[in-house]
Design a protein around this ligand. Structure first.
Ligand SMILES: [Ca+2]
Ligand SMILES: [Ca+2]
Ligand SMILES: [Ca+2]
Length: 137
C-alpha cells in the first residue's frame, strides 16, 4: 500500500518536472535553426537570394515611419554606429534599402569563407554568420 503510494507520487513528480523543463525553447538560435528559418528551397543551405528575401522583409518591417530609409532608431541596435556609417556611403545617417542590402551582402560574404555562395549551418554558426543573422532577423 505505502509502496504503491510512493511510486505513484514519484511518477507524478517526474511528469511535473518533465513539463516544467522546456530546455529546447530556452536555447539561443543555432546555425541549424537559422538555416531552417531562411532556407526557403529546403536544400539545407542558405544562398544570397534567400538571405535577401528575409532581409528585404525585415527592412519593410523595421521601416515604421515609411520615409524609405532606416535610421539608427529603427535599426534597434542591428548595426552599431560605426556599422551604420560604413553601410551609409552617402553619409545621410540613414540606410535606404539598397544600402541595407549591401551591408547584408557584405556580411554574407564574410560568413562564407569557402566562397561557394551558400552558407551551411556551420558557417551560420560562426561569428560572421551570427553577425549576419543579427542584422536580418
Ligand atoms: Ca537554400
Ligand atoms: Ca524610416
Ligand atoms: Ca559557404
Amino acid at each position: 500500500m505505502t509502496l504503491r503510494f510512493i511510486s505513484g507520487f514519484a511518477a507524478v513528480t517526474l511528469a511535473v518536472c518533465g513539463l516544467s523543463a522546456p530546455a529546447a525553447l530556452a536555447k539561443p538560435m543555432g546555425g541549424a535553426s537559422a538555416v531552417k528559418m531562411i532556407d526557403t528551397d529546403n536544400d539545407g543551405t542558405v544562398d544570397m537570394k534567400e538571405v535577401e528575401a528575409v532581409a528585404s522583409a525585415t527592412f519593410d518591417r523595421l521601416e515604421k515611419d515609411a520615409d524609405g530609409t532606416l535610421d539608427a532608431r529603427e535599426l534597434k541596435g542591428r548595426l552599431s554606429q560605426a556599422g551604420v556609417k560604413r553601410a551609409d556611403p552617402d553619409s545621410d545617417g540613414t540606410l535606404d534599402k539598397k544600402e541595407y542590402l549591401a551591408a547584408v551582402g557584405e556580411r554574407f560574404k564574410m560568413a562564407d569563407p569557402d566562397n561557394d555562395g551558400t552558407l551551411d549551418a556551420k558557417e551560420l554558426n560562426s561569428k560572421a554568420g551570427k553577425a549576419l543573422i543579427a542584422l536580418i532577423k
